[in-house]
Write a protein that binds this ligand. Structure first.
Ligand code: BDR
Ligand code: CA
Length: 307
């Protein structure tokens, strides 16, 4: 099984990513780390704990950065509600957090591991950038970084996707790290829309975890309709986990990608050199085309494992 650390800011789609990572035999989830993003660090951490409590997931959880490296904090209550995970009712966590924080957990886990580990950040890249800066030796232990963020268009501004917008400086540190990187941006994740038909298929799984996913999707679809006029919500973060389970779930192109950290209208944009005009070395495998049949059957099969 592929060892991963899921770094998240739950978040409806983060919660689904977490459920998938914990239940698929192709993945060994060695830990969950949290970051401020969709909501404050206190709330995203509590949400991660609650999701694990509900689903009976027993993995270490470490709380991470409470704010971006340079900028002021931005949260996404317009999409995920005040709690960061509005909609479903969730149990009170009974298990404590780790005493060390996310950055030290990432450093320790990688340093002590004989095998390489894949990092899967599905929120702002603050923790990953901090860990790389604090202990650059961990770079040798990173199998790959599979992150959700960026794309050729934005959702927070016309140019910027939310995770990159929140901490663009952190994102650039990660892109410059030299490790293998797969970027799962909006171009890809907007092909993973949980339509009514998909929600009905999930609802057919007669289990509380599947019911929880349906409740998540109901709330998430509501806000996506209000804010973007979509029918059904893209479950962005789950695409990263699906890729770790089966890399054939989408195609990628190896390209040069950098993050705009100054632009007046374009702060947080991922600048993707699609035609190689910069002649600079490619640093990112950019996710392009989702195999939707594969993706949804993988997701449904994985949720079945909770029965
Ligand atoms: C990303 O932003 C968050 O709201 C989602 O959880 C996802 O990680 C999509 O832009
Ligand atoms: Ca997220």
């Amino acid at each position: 099984a592929r060892k991963i650390i899921l770094d998240c800011d739950p978040g409806h789609d983060d919660a689904i990513a977490l459920l998938m990572a914990a239940a698929n035999p192709k993945i060994e989830l060695v830990g969950v780390t949290t970051v401020a993003g969709n909501s404050t660090i206190e709330k995203t951490t509590l949400n991660a704990q609650k999701v694990c409590e509900l689903a009976g997931i027993h993995v270490p959880i470490a709380q991470g950065a409470s704010r971006p490296l340079v900028r002021e904090q931005v949260t996404a209550s317009s999409i995920h509600g005040e709690s960061g995970l509005d909609g479903p009712s969730l149990p009170t966590p009974t298990k404590p957090l780790l005493e060390i924080d996310a950055v030290d957990f990432i450093i320790q886990t990688l340093s002590q591991s004989d095998e390489k580990i894949t990092l899967v950040p599905v929120g702002p890249l603050t923790n990953i950038a901090l860990a790389i800066r604090k202990e650059p030796k961990i770079l040798d232990k990173i199998e790959e970084i599979v992150f959700m963020g960026g794309g050729r268009f934005g959702n927070w501004t016309p140019a910027a996707e939310f995770n990159i917008y929140v901490d663009a400086e952190a994102a650039q540190i990660v892109l410059d790290s030299g490790v293998p990187i797969t970027m799962v941006g909006l171009d890809l994740t907007h092909q993973a829309i949980a339509t009514k038909a998909i929600q009905q298929q999930i609802a057919q799984i007669d289990h509380k975890v599947a019911r929880f996913v349906v409740e998540l999707l109901e709330f998430f679809s509501e806000t996506y309709k209000e804010v973007f006029g979509f029918e059904g919500a893209p479950i962005h973060d789950a695409c990263c986990v699906a890729y770790c389970i089966d890399p054939d779930v989408f195609t990628t192109s190896h390209l040069r990608v950098d993050v705009e950290t100054n632009g007046q209208f374009t702060y947080g944009m991922t600048v993707i050199d699609l035609h190689g005009v910069t002649k600079r070395a490619a640093n990112v495998h950019v996710a392009m085309e989702l195999n939707q049949d594969k993706f949804w059957s993988l997701m449904l099969d994985t949720l079945q494992n909770y029965r």
